[in-house]
Design a protein around this ligand. Structure first.
Ligand code: ZN
Length: 83
């Protein structure tokens, strides 16, 4: 299910909305209750940015033995299981 980003025209509150169908949209601003909402270009449709630190293939920096190591590239020699 796509997540869309809306912004309230009344208070400027930006919020994410999980659309269950293509026609689904938020009824009102979750902050002030205004119904004037504008759909924003969603950044959530893009793939999530790679985890910073580590080798970029590990689920998290903490899971990568190479995290913090002053090496170029991965450097974890497959120990993280992400290769
Ligand atoms: Zn609002």
């Amino acid at each position: 299910m796509p997540i869309y980003e809306y912004a309230c025209s009344a208070c400027g509150k930006a919020f994410e909305y999980l659309a269950r169908t293509l026609a689904d949209k938020p009824a009102k601003c979750p902050s002030c209750g205004a119904k004037k909402l504008s759909k924003q270009l969603s950044a959530f449709a893009k793939p999530a940015p790679m985890v910073r630190g580590g080798c970029g293939s590990c689920p998290s920096e903490a899971a990568c033995p190479a995290a913090g190591a002053p090496k170029s590239g991965c450097g974890c020699a497959g120990a993280c299981g992400g290769h």
